[in-house]
Design a protein around this ligand. Sequence first.
Ligand code: GDP
Length: 298
Amino acid sequence: KSWLSRLTGSLARTGGQLSSLLVPGGKIDDELYEELETILITADVGMDATRSLLADVRRHVKEQRLTEAGQLKEALAHALLKLLQPLAKPLDVGASRPFVIMLCGVNGAGKTTSIGKLAKHFQNQGKSVLLAAGDTFRAAAREQLMEWGRRNDVTVIAQQSGDAAAVIYDAVQAAQARGIDVVLADTAGRLTTQAHLMEEIKKVKRVIAKALPGAPHEVLLVLDANTGQNALSQVKSFDDALQVTGLVLTKLDGTAKGGVIAAIAKAHPIPVRFIGVGEALDDLRPFVAEDFVAALLG
Ligand code: GDP
């Protein structure tokens, strides 16, 4: 089964609803627009993005003089693509060596899993990878990461004690000394309401810049697609604290409705660098707007 069909699994319900609404020969009227609005909102698209998509669809209908509901699918695809395309900017790690990627996110979002997937992704591109075990809150997390590194031939820099900033500082220096291509700097999962932890993660970023001017080159926020509109407030809080440069949206293979990507595109157009489509190491994909719209609209 292709990953796209797995994505379709999570979006299938929305796709099915859209297909039975936008039938060939159906009438385009206010009732249709209202139902379309309901479907989008239930798919986690959110109020703002839904309004803007519908305005776009109405404009398209007028300009193209569309007369029947079946044609609205194309108008919607057009509007969605326009909204999502700006998010489809792949990450280029060739800009610096080492290229330092700092990861953040709330607990359970899929950060640890995504780090493993990213390490494998860059190794597959022939790049050397070093992990900084900056999640110093959970000893088990450090052990897990070290064991994982041994099995996958990835150097892991960790410390028995010490704070995240110190571990990551060491890791960035080690990467420079060893000519490593990509550094993945893990940080402890945190709630955005924990003010002291948000201060701590800002310090981590400042210390990375001390170790290597210009770094971190990417601040990746890992988001669970199942958290719906809550993902928006996570983007806002982490972006306020760290100036997030990219997103990893995980668990799109599950029950997530996926519309949250459109909500993010409207509120915080930060590139979605990767999407998570499963628990295995190779279940990480670049975000391709056309694929996503095709999965939704068929
Ligand atoms: P962390 O607390 O942010 O480090 O989260 P973990 O990496 O430990 O992930 C939490 C759970 O989500 C684990 O059971 C992972 O296997 C699962 N998970 C992570 N990414 C994905 C994904 O893309 N798809 C699915 N189905 N599960 C995922």
